[in-house]
Design a protein around this ligand. Sequence first.
Ligand SMILES: [Zn+2]
Length: 576
Amino acid sequence: MTATAPREEQLWSRCAGCASLLYRKRLRRNLDVCPECGEHARLGAPERLRQLVDPGSLRPLADRLPEADPIDFVDVVPYPHRLTAARASTGLVEAVVCATATIGGHPVVMAVMDFRFLGGSLGCAVGELITRAAERALDDRVPLVLVTASGGARMQEGVLSLMQMATVSQAIAALREAGLLTVSVLTDPTYGGVAASFATNTDLVLAESGARMGFAGPRVIRQVTGRALPEGFQTADFLLRHGQVDMVVQRRSLRGRLMALLAATRAGRPARPSVPRQEPPPHRERLAEEEPSPPTTEADGTPAVRDAWDTVRMARHPGRPTTLDYLDSVFDGFVELHGDRLGGDCPAIVGGVARLAGRHVMVIGHQKGHTTAELVARNFGMASPAGHRKALRLMRLAARLGLPVVTLVDTPGADPGVSAEEHGQAAAIAENILTLTVLPTPVLAVITGEGGSGGALALAVADRVLMLENAVYSVISPEGCAAILWPDRSAAPQAARALRLSAPDLRRLGVVDEVVPEPPAAAHDDPAETALRLRAALVANLLPLLDVPPAMLVRLRRQRFRRFGATRAGQRAGAR
Ligand SMILES: [Zn+2]
């Protein structure tokens, strides 16, 4: 006890629901659920594990990874300082605790997130630890139980944190293929990149009473729509009503429900099939040092040093060619296909069959527009769940027909609206990401303009990821990042620099395989020349993929995304 904390504060706490003053020991005995009003207080990971698993069965998995700060992120405080403070205040190494255990005698692997640690944010280490937990479940042939609590991807690790959505999703996909049960328990709050990946692409999704889950947070949705949110929006009961969770469970019943589900599925446990195990690749040194990307040059041959904020403005320029423009200029014979077959056809996603240099391909892309009317009609390229499901349908169709998939990514982000949340935006994105990690056909993605967060990744888990020179790709918009980490939104230019969202930066980080140079001015000044360059890059990158057997493609694609967690772990390993 510190000298300034009166004894009463240690013994009593005030309920966030009804403001009753509660005796802490009594509250803990009641699993941190208010006996007066039923409010479920947030739990840290150690206490959550204690409540769920059989006494004495918990065996924590290793959680020490080499320190790293992959993009040297600084806002008003350097990122390593925030990490140190989070460790000191929680006693945890990272925002997730992974362990093997039994629940009612059923062996499981658990990964439990802790919101107290930097908002439970998903960074490279968290992604790596959850992926290792999933791999342990695969090795042990036992179910994986995830307990989520997160504000989303960790901004301070830039787009590398976004990649973790794919890394963990492909580990979930491997469990799916092996016939092993995956369960997620949503606790309050579960948002953003965690909601749009492993919180919702598991076999079963349970929501703890009082939990809220969604892709976009209520503050963002209010800001974008300018409307008050419906009563109970994004709560567990809302999720149940909209078909997004299997059940809502009171905390005191959670352990019993998990036991019953584990028992039911254990009966039909499959015999051990031969599942290719994805080996974590060897740690890599910083790509910057071993493979410098060619410096971009101006027309006169001098290296161009464009400020990240200028690039953001170029990427958003209304004259920039759109997906439909490229379908006209880069591809031939485009035939558009419509609809998700579930009740909608989202105008922000266009897709269909086309030819590229004489070869048939499936093209799927975000569609913006050049005029305000076009932008409004296309919802500014922000896809609804119906858009993501249309894309999913076309991806699967392509695999069945043996067509390669080419995606063109240009979106500020997925639609952050009330209706999108009602229709399961998080799960729609999560399913696309997971499906792309295992799609048995070549996938080639190009970030052509704005690569905004999970909405971009939903089309960008690919064998090769290309990026136009003046495009950007980021875990969060610079404005959004500035609003959270800086005193105000006017710091967006600084945030843009800190996020490392430009093509050369992402090439150095290995997130992008090739930067497609734009004409000396920019894509919007010379769309015809841009199309020629894009076409050449697409053909050069697609042809080698056509000869690779599908199983090998999937294996290599998994390695491509598996390495982002290891990248972080490998960086500076020798420096500390
Ligand atoms: Zn209460």
